[in-house]
Design a protein around this ligand. Structure first.
Ligand code: SF4
Length: 265
């Protein structure tokens, strides 16, 4: 059954569900995921290409972790999303709420109203996962965030040079004393010069910010976005690149997408 909503403000969503976080600093924790539609980047390795455009419907898990999804039409109103979060928020279950996508900051106007309400209702920390290229939108929601994972996009994978935006984004997080980390996806074709520049950029903001190198999970043939498949880096390259970056930032950790190993969403 498709349920319709017309109340303002609204957001375009992909899904709401409860799962284990598989990446970065919060790896292994239980999160209530709100995955927003729309992304303004086109990364070669994207495993969420279904989020790029706003779909007519989204899917909402009815019971945390049971994958008993109900289909709802987009856009979704703020009170309805609050109701869904309340239903998912069973006692002692979630460590935090994850705002993911797509690019959640394309919904900054919605988040500015939604986040203070959901925070006071659930008392859960709010974690933002972002491409880190929209510092102006980040500034709109910063007071309501507890931690941020900045997905630094290397020019060789996103096709765009976003160094200035990434620097401003990271600086804003650091100045606000948020828990922040940087994630960089690496493939066999990653340019070490870009990794070196990334580490230097992070160190300029603060050498205490941890960096997570995430070897790309190769996409299935039917999902590939480039003519030549994007392959995981050879083990010796990973060791070399970690050593290179540790000259700038002490905490450079290498963690693959563990949620895929666990068959999580
Ligand atoms: S920012 Fe994320 S959702 Fe957007 S294209 Fe890149 S990997 Fe995909």
């Amino acid at each position: 059954m498709t349920v319709k909503t017309t109340v303002q403000p609204t957001a375009r969503l992909i899904e709401v569900f409860s799962a284990i976080q598989g990446e970065g600093l919060n790896v292994g924790t239980r999160q209530l995921f709100i995955r927003f539609a729309l992304c303004d980047l086109r990364c070669h390795f994207c495993d969420s290409a279904h989020t790029w455009n706003a779909p007519a419907t989204c899917r909402i898990e009815l019971t945390p972790g049971l994958r008993d999804f109900e289909i709802h039409s987009n856009p979704v109103s703020l009170p309805i999303l609050i109701q869904w979060v309340e239903r998912q928020n069973l006692p002692c279950l979630h460590d935090s709420i994850s705002l993911t996508g797509g690019e959640p900051l394309l919904h900054a106007a919605f988040l500015k109203e939604f986040l203070p309400q959901v925070r006071s209702l659930t008392n859960l920390p709010i974690y933002l996962e972002s491409g880190g290229h929209r510092p102006e939108q980040l500034a709109m929601v910063l007071p309501y965030l507890d931690s941020v994972g900045m997905d630094l996009k290397l020019p060789s994978v996103s096709g765009e040079s976003l160094w200035t935006e990434h620097t401003n984004f990271l600086q804003l997080c650091f100045n606000t004393h948020l828990e922040v980390f940087v994630k960089i996806i690496i493939s066999d074709n990653t340019d070490p010069a870009e990794l070196e520049r990334s580490a230097a950029m992070v160190a300029d903001v603060s050498p205490d910010i941890p960096i997570f190198l995430q070897p790309v999970t190769p996409l299935a043939a039917s999902e590939q976005l480039t003519e030549t498949p994007v392959l995981a880096p050879a083990p010796e390259k990973v060791l070399m690149w970690q050593a290179l970056m540790k000259q700038f930032v002490p905490q450079v950790r290498v963690i693959p997408q563990t949620h895929k190993m666990l068959n999580q969403l």
